[in-house]
Ligand binder design. Structure first.
Ligand code: A2H
Length: 243
């Protein structure tokens, strides 16, 4: 960890009922997977959420009605930031493994897709953020390759019990244009560098360097009007009407 505190935005992705399995213990509560991001402006482009299959998570009470799923480490930090029902003391309602979370249907605030799913990513660090990561394959090479791995490898899907319909329908959503890389920068750079999987650490480091640098200095958000219109329509919060 750095010397400076890192300020993340925690994106609350609500777990949609009915709750089954270990989640049943949380019935009646509003339960959110809480993902730490440095890029909240990319949230239109979410296609899924990532968890570490063998990671240890818990469902922690944030207040009387809301529960966050994250690592114990993050829950302790939050408890000192007024995000715990009991101040300075995390209360865990149920312990969960990453595998328990795979396949949960989620509703995320700005996502074009009304429902996204929780999927396995094998390179998640448990000592960073919340251990939950939101996936934006248009702009994050890590996210693009992890999604690509699941799409291309049926054996990987079956190893973690991932159903085809949680992965295959989800396409990269363009949200930011970088002159050199177009509007799917992560896909372009991963293809150019011939990155073969999410475990291709060295090449992914280079891909990230390229996209983050250019994205920061030269990236422009695509026009908001059509983005917001499609988001409303896809979310079922609006319909088209003409006269
Ligand atoms: B970012 P930094 Cl579109 N393990 O969010 C691995 N990666 C993690 C993590 C963990 N425990 N917790 C957070 N992250 C990811 C969006 C995004 C991110 C985009 C582009 C770049 C980017 C969508 N994923 O990160 O080491 C999260 O992915 C650029 C570094 O603290 C989080 O922001 O700097 C970022 O890494 C935090 O990494």
């Amino acid at each position: 960890e750095g010397v400076q505190p890192q300020d993340y935005v925690l994106i609350k992705m609500e777990v949609l009922p009915p709750f089954t399995g270990k989640m049943k213990a949380l019935e009646g509560k509003r339960v959110f997977l809480a993902a730490a991001t440095l890029r909240p402006e990319t949230m239109y482009g979410q296609t899924n959420c990532w968890v570490l299959p063998e990671g240890k998570y818990g469902a922690y009470e944030v207040n009387d009605s809301e529960v966050f799923v994250l690592t114990a480490r993050a829950a302790l930090n939050l408890a000192y930031q007024r995000l715990s029902r009991v101040p300075e003391k995390p209360t865990c309602l149920v312990e969960l493994s990453g595998q328990d979370l795979i396949g949960l249907p989620l509703s995320s605030p700005l996502s074009f897709n009304k429902i996204i799913y929780s999927l396995p990513m094998l390179t998640i660090l448990t000592d960073k953020g919340t251990g939950i990561v939101t996936s934006v394959p248009s702009d994050s090479p890590d996210d693009f390759m992890a999604l690509q791995d699941l799409k291309a490898k049926p054996a990987l899907r079956s190893k973690y019990g991932v159903k085809d319909e949680w992965v295959l329908p989800f396409e990269v959503i363009p949200i930011i244009r970088i002159p050199e890389f177009g509007d799917k920068a992560a896909e372009k750079v991963c293809t150019d560098l011939k990155i073969r999987s999410q475990n291709d650490k060295e090449k992914l480091a280079e891909a990230k360097r390229l996209t983050y640098l250019k994205g920061f200095t030269e990236g422009t958000m695509l026009e908001a009007k059509p983005l917001i219109r499609s988001a409303l329509l896809a979310g079922g919060a609006a319909v088209m009407y003409s006269e």
